[in-house]
Design a protein around this ligand. Structure first.
Ligand SMILES: [Zn+2]
Length: 297
């Protein structure tokens, strides 16, 4: 499942082709993905120009010059590939080699890039948990997908004080509290495990221990907020370098290989140089938590 860094990598791969591009034709090969596209999907897009390629949490948000926003979510298995005369960006680790799964190509955007070159952006999704919808720009903040959404994990809003304020009365385990999308949007299971390991914090400790009695952040809260930003930013950078390293390959966007320090490493040695522990796994709220019992307190 694509996490926020993959979605941001997709955004960066699409942007050079789609920003400022005219949508000459929109081809839907079925009536729905996870949800129906809606009656006016094609007519609202064809002939229009894309004015920006943005992202909020794991949603891509393409502004259209008729004041609609094209929302695209990759679900479990969605990906894009770009077919263009000049391919600006090509990420590595292709899970969907070109030509192999074309029956899962569900949406094709036929574009005229800002440079005047023709380009096709193809959405492929074998499991069809992804979705696309058009929402008026003026209604976006109030839309059910966005109105209760927490802050971005890589923005300046995430700091120790934010964590302390939000968590000061929470007895829930820290790991579960961090996965609450109303607090931090787009922060997924893998990156929470990694950030807690880096910060040396046990996933089971109560969330409220990040706040002092006064409500001020503890040193742990400050430390954790920095590690959250770092793990996400490093993954985005890894995606960015995979974009750079794999130019001229097949144009697929979105998945790349990460190297995780703790996630999916059950039974292996802890990678902290001063720790002799090994990585354990437990299940919290139905999700696997990987952690080192020796250095995470
Ligand atoms: Zn350890």
């Amino acid at each position: 499942m694509p996490e926020l860094p993959e979605v941001e990598t997709v955004r960066r791969g699409l942007e050079p082709h789609m920003d400022g591009a005219k949508l000459e034709r929109v081809e839907l090969r079925r009536a729905d993905l996870r949800f129906p596209f809606g009656e006016n999907f094609i007519t609202s897009l064809e002939g229009q120009t894309i004015t920006s390629v943005g992202r909020r949490a794991k949603y891509l948000q393409l502004d259209i010059d008729n004041n609609l926003v094209l929302i695209m979510h990759l679900g479990m298995s969605g990906s894009f590939r770009v077919e263009a005369s000049s391919v600006a960006a090509q990420p590595g680790n292709f899970t969907l080699p070109k030509g192999v799964h074309e029956k899962h190509d569900h949406v094709i955007f036929h574009l005229r890039e800002a440079s005047g070159q023709p380009c096709r952006v193809i959405y492929n999704d074998p499991r069809r948990f992804g979705y696309m919808a058009l929402i008026a720009r003026s209604n976006l903040e109030d839309h059910k997908w966005f109105k209760d959404m927490g802050i971005e994990p890589i923005g300046n809003a995430l700091d120790g004080a934010y964590l302390a304020t939000k968590f000061q009365n929470k007895k829930a385990p820290l790991k579960s509290a961090l996965l609450d999308q109303k607090m931090i949007a787009g922060l997924g299971n893998i990156y929470v495990c990694e950030a807690l390991w880096r910060a040396g914090l046990a996933p089971t400790r109560q969330a409220k221990t990040l706040a002092q009695k006064s409500g001020k952040p503890t040193a742990m809260a400050d430390r954790l907020s920095v590690h959250i930003r770092d793990v996400i930013n490093e993954a985005i950078e890894a995606g960015g370098s995979s974009l750079k390293d794999h130019r001229q390959t097949d144009g697929s966007l979105g998945y790349f290989q990460h190297r995780f320090a703790v996630y999916d490493r059950e039974g292996e040695d802890c990678l902290k140089s001063d720790c002799k522990g090994e990585i354990s796994r437990m299940v919290q709220s139905g999700r696997s938590t990987f952690y080192c019992g020796a250095c995470q307190k």
